[in-house]
Design a protein around this ligand. Sequence first.
Ligand code: ADP
Length: 239
Amino acid sequence: MTVLLQTEDLTKRFGGLTAVRGVSFTLSFGEVVGLLGPNGSGKTTLLNMISGAHRATSGQINFEGHPIQNLRPDQISKQGIARTFQLVKVLPTMTVLENTICGLAFGSSRMWGAEAEGKAMEKLHQVGLADKAKQPAATLTYIDSKRLELARALAADPHLLLLDEWLSGLTPEELQEGIKLIKSIRDAGASILIVEHIMSAIRELCPRCIVMNAGEKIADGLTGDVLQQQDVIEAYLGA
Ligand code: ADP
């Protein structure tokens, strides 16, 4: 399997606090990997380093064979990494379509006018929002704003998609819809790193998962096996 993303001994300190300590892992092309761990274990910080929002204190991040740990977020998105945020960040007064077109600008392709609109519409179809393209984003329901956030990330045609608790806050029915949507993106061949608390979603979506605790990677393997590991269970129980 071709390695897409590789972190090596990645560490992030905030003053005296080490949020991520010596984390190494690889994600291969086409893989969907879950990133789990209790609150404060360093998942978001890890995602922030991969997407360039935080500079690593030490260690390396290679993406498609190139070091990216010193690049800015815009440079990293142009290299092919897109992410969604825990708190949805759509632009409320712009239409759904305009918001999605904004996502195109984060990718490596240059498109304008009808071509950009066509591409954005394609992504809105993919997430089930095409019929709401002309509405202001502010009029969307919560799950639809999450769909939009996904469409915007997909508009950049990322080689790697980072999902930061994209499924959180949904009703049980919406959760099933959300899982189905991510499955369809996965089945189209995407490589995805999923930070998620919802275990049922991780079990359904991620054949493999990585578990963090207190800034360190404590498990990495087949999801079914990892979730039975004693230290993983204890980390979640706070033991
Ligand atoms: P998780 O996503 O697993 O909940 P985080 O990566 O958000 O964990 O946080 C890991 C640790 O780093 C926590 O102790 C948190 O308080 C700390 N932390 C995160 N971001 C910052 C920051 N910008 N400044 C200082 N401390 C931070």
